[in-house]
Design a protein around this ligand. Structure first.
Ligand code: CP
Length: 304
């Protein structure tokens, strides 16, 4: 029996749970086009204490395609949390009286778990600090499975900001449940947290750390590139020291297998050259659409 009371961390999901979400996402491809009334009468609240384009809008698109309604905010400055110092707990106790599910993005690690503890309605983590972004990892897995026809057996490079990038943390944890080979490629100061490397290795994954983007793109099936998370650096000089160090240009694409793909959670700054967008390997804008069907699946399963 599949139960999804909240979605806070990839650690809350077994591989079997993830497969149910990916299978349901595939079924949502047709529903997304034809639309449905499955969640008619349900209200989704989007509480975005941090900026977002894709996550918030794809959740809203998903809810609307399922016949539900949406309310919320996308700027902490217009809320009583931002303007008057209201606590997260009191915000949640308020919103649970207005909606049936909460989708929340917040700058603090652990915030989604705290929200779920105070909420009587389901909470979905849409990004908590530098810690996790579980629905992004699910849409990333769905994208890999859809584009490569499988996940097991692939070699996947996680590149860029592996320290502050929450998407790679959730994706690394999720890939620990599969039989894949992992390359980790980051500037020295932005390497993956040892705890996540340990988790991958304990799960039996072959994990190697490489020092250059050239090594990262060679002989792999998937290159998962990420932005350096400027907003999370405590000292801007540390950001200036690493920015622009890892970039994919046509030169790196030329080193990739013809059937390999480049994914990116977006937004990008300059880590993938715009000229790469026209290559067959560039699949990150196809990946964006998969956020709609994956989030339709998550909302459907939350209410089922
Ligand atoms: N991938 C992602 O989380 O994008 P947004 O920040 O635009 O939501």
């Amino acid at each position: 029996m599949f139960e999804l009371p909240n979605l806070i961390s990839i650690h809350d999901l077994s591989r079997q749970d993830i497969e149910v979400i990916l299978d349901t996402s595939a079924k949502m491809e047709l529903v997304a086009v034809e639309r449905s009334k499955e969640l008619s009468g349900k209200i989704m609240a989007t509480l975005f204490f941090e900026p977002s384009t894709r996550t918030r809008l794809s959740f809203e698109s998903a809810m609307l395609r399922l016949g539900g309604s949406v309310l919320g905010f996308a700027d902490i400055g217009v809320t009583s949390a931002g303007g008057k110092g209201e606590t997260l707990a009191d915000t949640i106790r308020t919103v649970e009286r207005y909606a049936d599910v909460i989708v929340m993005r917040h700058p603090l690690d652990g915030s989604a778990r705290v929200a779920a503890e105070f909420s009587k309605i389901p909470v979905i983590n849409a990004g908590s600090g530098a810690e996790e972004h579980p629905t992004q990892a699910l849409l990333d897995l769905y994208s890999i499975r859809k584009m490569m026809r499988r996940i097991d057996g692939l070699t996947i490079s996680l590149c860029g900001d592996l320290k502050y990038g929450r998407t790679v943390h959730s994706l690394g944890m999720a890939l620990s449940k599969y039989d894949v080979k992992i390359k980790l490629a980051a500037p020295e100061a932005l390497r993956m947290k040892p705890a996540i490397i340990d988790e991958m290795k304990k799960s039996g994954l072959d994990v190697v750390e490489v020092d250059t983007i050239e090594e990262a793109v060679r002989d792999v099936d998937v290159v998962y590139m990420t932005r350096i998370q400027k907003e999370r650096f405590p000292d801007i000089r540390e950001y200036d020291a690493v920015k622009g160090e890892f970039r994919i240009t046509l030169h790196e694409v030329g080193m990739m297998r013809n059937d390999a793909i480049i994914l990116h959670p977006l937004p990008r700054v300059d880590e993938i050259d715009a000229e790469v967008d026209a290559t067959p390997q560039a699949r990150y804008f196809d990946q964006v659409y998969n956020g709609v069907v994956t989030r339709m699946a998550i909302l459907s399963l939350i209410f089922s």
